[in-house]
Each structure stands twice: as C-alpha cells, then as structure tokens.
Design a protein around this ligand. Structure first.
Ligand SMILES: NC(=O)c1ccc[n+]([C@@H]2O[C@H](COP(=O)([O-])OP(=O)(O)OC[C@H]3O[C@@H](n4cnc5c(N)ncnc54)[C@H](O)[C@@H]3O)[C@@H](O)[C@H]2O)c1
Length: 455
C-alpha cells in the first residue's frame, strides 16, 4: 500500500471518523477545522463527539504520528495528495442545502493551489452531502479562488453512508464505496487511497472479518451525488411505509411487528428499516429528503412519494401526543417522562431529534416534561430549557403519569417494569415510540402499554 498524504476539511462526525480511519489504514492525515478550540482538544486526543470506538482510533493514530489537527487550510492544500471536504451542509430556509461552508472552503482551496508548484494535481473530494451539480459548482469556486492563476486539480464526489453510532465500523466495513468523477487519474487515486478497505487487507480484531471485499463503484459526478440523496430518501421511505402499514394495523387489529417480520424475510424487501414508531429524525434524513424535494421543485417536478414520506413522518410525532391525550385527557399538570433524547441510540447527536419536537409540544400543552438520556443531557436541556433533564431513568419516571420511549437505548429497553410501575403515577401509561418493549410483560406489572400499530 502506498502511503498517501491526506487532508480532511471539517472534523465533525464524518470528517473526524474518515480522517482517523484513513490514518488507521496507514495514510498520513491532516484534519482541518475553523473551530480552533476543537482543533486544540483533538490535538490532545480529546474527542468532542460520542462515537463508539472513535477515541481509540484517534488516540492510536496520534501515537503513531499519522494524524494531526490544524486550522491552516492553505498549508494543507500545499502538501497533500488528496483533500476531502467534509464540512456541514445544513438545510437553508427553503429546505435546500446551505452550501456556504463548502463554498468558502472551495474558494480557499483555489486561492492556495498555486502554492503546490509542480506537485501533481490535487484531488479535491467532496464528502459533504451536496445537491446534484455541486461538483461543477466547487470547480467554479476553486477557479474563482485561483483568480486566473493556472492551477491543476480534480473534483471528485465521494458520498458518505456511515451511520452515527457505528461510524467507525461503517467506515472500515462499508457496503460500497462510490466515486463520482470523469477523470481516470482521480478515480485511480481514490482506488489507491481506499485499497486496504476495498481489498479488506488491513488488520482487524473481528474474527471472522465482517466483509471479504468492498465494491468500488465509479460513476459520473452527478450520479454519485444523486446516489447519496436517493439512498437516504429510500431509507426514510421504508420507515414511513411501515408507519403507514402500522396505522392500518391499528385499525384492523393486526400487529405491525409481526407484519414487518413476515415481509422482511422476503429478500426483495429486507428486514431492516421496518420498525414502526415515532419515525425518522437526525442530522441527515430530514435535511436530505428536504434537499431532494427542493431539487425536484427547482425542475418543477412534483415529488409525490417524497412529499407523502414527510407527511407520514410528521403524523407519527402527532400520534405520540394523541396517544397521551387519549389516556391522560388533559395534559395540563401531568408529568411525562421522555426516555431517550438523541435521535437514535449510541450517538450524542441531537440535531432534528424527535424528542425535541415532542418536548416542545407537550410543554405547550401544559405537561411537565422530564427527559432522560444516557449521553446527551447538556445539549438536550440547552435545546429545550423547559424540559428537566436527568441522568437516571428511574428519577425521570418517579411520579410520571406517562412515559414515552423515544430512543431505544439499551438503558431504556432494559428498564425493570416492576420498578417502573412502582414509581409511576396512575394511569402509568407507557407509549412505546419504538415498539421495543414486550406489551405482555409490561402490562403484567400494572403498566398501561400503547405501541404503534400493535392492534
Ligand atoms: N453525520 C452523519 O451521519 C453524516 C452521514 C453522511 C453524510 N453526512 C454529511 O457530511 C457532511 C458533514 O456532516 P457532519 O455530521 O460531519 O457535520 P458536523 O457538523 O458534525 O461537522 C462539520 C465540521 O465542519 C467544520 N466546518 C464548517 N465550516 C468549515 C470551514 N469553512 N472550514 C473548516 N471547517 C469547517 C465545523 O466546525 C465542524 O467541525 C454534511 O454534508 C452531512 O450531510 C453526514
């Protein structure tokens, strides 16, 4: 394996994991961020996000001097072979992706390219999720930044599919690597960079190894950019679909968990992403579905399926409130415990977490909301100051008239129903927003169980 000099701009969930894993594979990595404090703490080996296994990989790479952190993008442009852009692309007001971070990085790359002298063309890799056509936009901004100087570079799209909560695993053992470029040199450089993953030749403690080899797919730029949006939109659609089925199950007296199991065994359908409940949230699905709808609108195309996918998801959140109202009647003065606050387990990411919307709605209806999360207590109370946030689930449940399972952390799944029943106030309602509890064993202990689509 040839050791490449790699730069990564943006040290968030995607950039930091990518950088640390590439260093782990043997490359020499420089991570760049505008956040000076973050750069300083990362240089000391302090990882500012909760991501299983990440601290170990960053620590190992630091010890082997294969990773460093800086705010100096021009010096990084000067020295690396491959430069990733992995900055945030949050949703703008109209739902379209806000590309201002990507744009400022691209201009600065352009302004610094001339410092490379005779070095081979820089491969600029866009890993941020960006609308179709952004590759060309990045090239345009690089040229703008270069101000007429003769500079050589390639722009490549390399969408990221990692899941927060298992980001390190997903980076080392991905289902596929997608590269969008028209340049053979650039795709070969990317193949070289990812060779240890493609060939699964790096040492691992997994026995057996989870993957034998990883497909490496090269497409044109626009298709690679579209693959990312289509993948997330499809997954969101799968969840909204099963939620629609769950609503009908409730009407006809069927149990959606049985239905999902029965259809999921069909290999054309697959069993994953078929859990009915509160619906999808987080930093990716809402923004990516909204960006794809916005792209469709730009071309005056009505994205009927995607519109329905969002409508169903919005309805799921309302259902939490209506399930509480049906049993508690007025919510004024009622104590409601939200169990799990992050948008999914094993992450501290609170962006677009369903818990925040639920907490705000319940608060506006007069309920006293107490939230529990094993990790994201600080960000949750910052986001909804009216919600009291505790670190002990039983403290959240004490005196609560109702509890909502919002995030299926193990700490929530494994709560002792007997102890819970002893602490709660009548009617001791448990709304299982993730359908992860066993209704019979919960009800046996005197709790009132309400799931989603369970008849
Ligand atoms: N988080 C995920 O699970 C995930 C998965 C796949 C794709 N993505 C995409 O990857 C991109 C990054 O997402 P993330 O979750 O890692 O974001 P993040 O918010 O966690 O991190 C972004 C980082 O970029 C830095 N940054 C912003 N502007 C900068 C600039 N001009 N120069 C240098 N650094 C800058 C920020 O300080 C921050 O550290 C987004 O486009 C996202 O849609 C995210």
């Amino acid at each position: 394996m040839r050791r490449l000099e790699v730069g990564i701009v943006g040290t968030g969930y995607v950039g930091l994991v990518t950088g640390a894993c590439l260093a782990h594979l043997g490359h020499s990595v420089v991570c760049v961020d505008i956040d000076r404090e973050k750069v300083e703490s990362l240089s000391r080996g302090e990882v500012p996000i909760y991501e299983p296994g990440l601290e170990e990989v960053v620590g190992g790479a630091l010890r082997q001097e294969r990773i460093s952190f800086t705010t100096d993008l021009p010096a990084t442009v000067e020295r690396v072979d491959v430069l990733f852009i992995a900055v945030s692309t949050p949703p703008g007001e109209d739902g379209a992706a806000d590309l201002s971070n990507v744009a400022s990085v691209a201009r600065e790359i352009g302004a610094s390219l001339a410092r490379r002298g005779e070095k081979s063309p820089l491969v600029v890799v866009n890993k941020s999720t960006v609308p179709v056509g952004s590759g060309d936009y990045v090239s345009m901004l690089i040229e703008e930044g270069a101000e007429g100087r003769d500079v050589s570079y390639y722009v490549v799209s390399n969408p990221e599919f990692l899941r927060e909560g298992s980001a390190v695993y997903d980076t080392l053992f991905p289902d596929r690597i997608v590269i969008g470029t028209d340049s053979r040199e650039a795709s070969e450089a990317m193949r070289e960079l990812y060779a240890p993953i493609i060939e699964q030749s790096f040492p691992t403690s997994y026995d057996p190894r989870p993957k034998a080899a990883v497909p490496f797919i090269v497409t044109d730029l626009a298709s690679a950019e579209m693959i990312k949006y289509a993948a997330n939109a499809f997954l969101a659609t799968k969840i909204s679909f099963i939620n629609e089925v769950a609503a009908i199950c409730d009407l006809v007296g069927a149990d959606v968990t049985n239905v999902a199991h029965g259809i999921g065994l069909d290999s054309r359908i697959g069993s994953r992403f078929l859990s009915a409940g509160i619906g999808w949230g987080g930093s990716c699905f809402p923004k990516d579905v909204s960006a794809l709808r916005s792209i469709a609108r730009e071309y005056d195309y009505e994205s009927t399926i995607l519109d329905a996918v969002v409508a169903v998801n919005d309805r799921q959140l309302k259902q939490v409130v209506s399930k509480l109202q049906r049993e508690l009647h007025t919510l004024k003065g009622k104590r409601v415990a939200l169990l799990g606050l992050t948008f999914k387990p094993n992450t501290d990411d609170m962006r677009e977490a369903p818990s925040l919307k639920i907490a705000r709605t319940l608060d506006s209806l007069g309920a006293r909301v107490v939230g529990y999360d094993p990790v994201a207590t600080g960000p949750a109370s910052e986001a909804v100051p009216q919600m009291k946030v505790v670190t002990d689930p039983y403290a959240a449940l004490s005196g609560a008239h109702a509890a909502v399972v919002v995030t299926e952390w193990d700490e929530v799944r494994n709560l002792d129903p007997k102890q819970v029943a002893g602490l709660m106030a009548a009617p001791k309602l448990v709304v299982d927003g993730r359908n992860v509890l066993d209704p019979a064993s919960v009800e046996e202990r005197g709790l009132l169980y309400r799931g989603f689509g369970r008849g």
